[in-house]
Design a protein around this ligand. Sequence first.
Ligand SMILES: Cc1cc2nc3c(=O)[nH]c(=O)nc-3n(C[C@H](O)[C@H](O)[C@H](O)COP(=O)(O)O)c2cc1C
Length: 315
Amino acid sequence: MPGRITSLFRTELPIVQAGMVWVSGWRLASAVSAAGALGLIGAGSMKPELLREHITKARAATDRTFGVNLPLLRGDIGALIDVVAEERVPVVFTAAGHPGRHIERFKRYGATVVHVVANVKQALKAQECGCDAVVAEGFEAGGHNGMDELTTLTLVPLIADAVSVPVIAAGGIADGRQMAAAFALGAEGVQVGTRFAATVESSGHDDYKRRIVEAGEGDTVLTYRGILPVRALRNPFMASVEREERERGMTRERMMELHAKGRERKGIFEGDWQEGEMEMGQSAALVRDVPPAREVVRRMMEEFHAARERLARSG
Ligand SMILES: Cc1cc2nc3c(=O)[nH]c(=O)nc-3n(C[C@H](O)[C@H](O)[C@H](O)COP(=O)(O)O)c2cc1C
């Protein structure tokens, strides 16, 4: 499916598997890339040398393009960037923080750089500093959200109207019908998180994957609003955070105290239902099984083409 996104990433398909903490290691990223889409290694939960190991293993598993997602607010981001640049990873997705500070480092060896944004101002800034594309991530998304609470349906056309670089839609997209909708809104690609978190190759714990499959509408909650919003399953821990926020409000200090205690690892990687943070998006309600990543890509494309044909017929 030729387009600006596939030519930027040198992939067959305009689907990106999100780089997710505790989920997206070399197994998932290489399986997705081998299926013709773009797999991303999530560096956010890795120490620099572990990231290097995952890059090496992904290279051994596939000769297709894959990338790395770097959350720029991490304390040791400099060391992670060193690994990405030394390994000359061809595609770099940055999230949070300011890509302008680091972009030169990636551009020097010819990488494609994409920044994740949650409003028009951030999208314009990313374009201005030389990013090749932006991910427009709406409020439905799993994991860390922007402050603006804009839904994907509103955010994508706003950003598509504002920038000239390609827009990749994210947040709430778990099937090909939604992918077709994102394209109708002006996106040229989609970034998919929660759907890929529940695949065979995801590093998430089996109980975390099962919870995604069992989640229904309204089962996720957005906490730490206005500070560092996070969307996750409403398990006992997140329900207690939600209650505390409602009753007493939330401060940055209290959030750090609650969130920083390895909660993501506990929830996603160890499957701790009581104490962990099981990050997932509203689209968990659409996820009904744990297939291989290749099957997710195949289904999405089949549903995408079927949706487009249905629309053409109904016109
Ligand atoms: C478990 C989990 C971990 C995530 N970790 C990251 C991360 O490390 N960096 C990042 O930019 N986004 C992260 N995200 C957000 C995804 O990149 C993606 O934009 C989002 O999942 C899209 O929404 P969806 O979950 O509805 O598909 C994470 C999402 C989930 C569900």
